[in-house]
Design a protein around this ligand. Structure first.
Ligand SMILES: Nc1ncnc2c1ncn2[C@@H]1O[C@H](COP(=O)(O)OP(=O)(O)OP(=O)(O)O)[C@@H](O)[C@H]1O
Ligand SMILES: [Mg+2]
Length: 239
């Protein structure tokens, strides 16, 4: 089932001096359970694309459906609600709230969803365990390593049980070994919760974890391939 469907998406930024075409007619589809990496060099339109998919920004042209909802047709506040309920976001710089503990950061989106306390505690405990941070629940972000902070951010993105997780360069602030462990964890959670992931990055070494690999260049998607290696490895692992 398609979670995201984009048709001929265009984004043109108008500055005082010029018009910048950041996306030039992008078509693509993300299905439930996909683990998709979109690769592209700096300035190719990756962040622009994710901002459209999450409803943070609006396209200049084109169609975009999230879970069959035509999100570009909705107001800012409705898009914010849809984002809160259907999308998890993971950023390069973690974006944790510094005054909240790891557990409180993870709980925060559930408070926004007005989920009752017993359910919140149950979900936070479960997801802390899934990301391997149970013993760090009461630490503040400043007391965690980069990799641990990104695990908190992953837990926060998943605790609301979204349809899709969108992530912009999730490993860029981590050393390469920690970055690859973070990719492993996301792939494991993709399998476990059947939630789709869309990860944009310039780092080709992450492609080994992708089920689908897209390449974006100058605002156009120029290729799509299935990574059969990962699919086979996962089939073996779940058999
Ligand atoms: N708010 C804006 N106003 C004008 N131009 C913009 C704006 N945001 C992005 N751009 C331009 O749009 C193009 C795509 O930018 P985008 O941030 O999507 O690239 P990116 O692939 O995420 O790059 P990076 O890997 O460096 O993060 C670039 O040419 C950029 O300069
Ligand atoms: Mg970017």
């Amino acid at each position: 089932m398609a979670i995201i469907k984009a048709g001929n998406l265009e984004k043109c930024y108008r500055t005082a001096a010029e018009q910048v075409y950041a996306l030039r007619g992008v078509d693509f589809e993300i299905n439930s359970g996909d683990f998709t990496i979109i690769n592209g060099p700096s300035g190719s339109g990756k962040t622009t694309l994710l901002n459209l998919l999450s409803g943070i920004d609006q396209p200049s042209k084109g169609e975009l459906y999230l879970d069959n909802l035509p999100i570009t047709k909705f107001s800012d506040s409705v898009r914010t609600e849809i984002r809160r309920d259907k999308i998890g976001l993971i950023f390069q710089s973690f974006e944790l709230m510094p005054v909240l503990t790891a557990a409180e950061n993870i709980e925060y989106p559930l408070l926004l969803q007005k989920i009752r306390r017993a359910e919140r505690e149950k979900r936070v405990t479960e997801i802390l365990d899934q990301v391997g941070l149970s013993q760090y629940a009461r630490r503040l972000p400043a007391q965690l390593s980069g990799g641990q902070k990104q695990r908190v951010a992953i837990a926060r993105a998943l605790v609301t049980r979204p349809e899709v997780v969108l992530s912009d360069e999730p490993t860029a602030n981590l050393d390469s070994e920690t970055g690859l462990k973070i990719m492993e964890l996301m792939l494991e959670l993709n399998q476990k919760y059947k939630v789709a992931f869309v990860i944009v990055t310039h780092d080709l070494s992450l492609n080994q974890y992708a089920k689908q690999i897209y390449r974006i260049k100058d605002g156009c998607i120029i290729s799509k391939e299935e990574n059969q290696g990962v699919q086979d490895r996962l089939a073996e692992y779940t058999a």
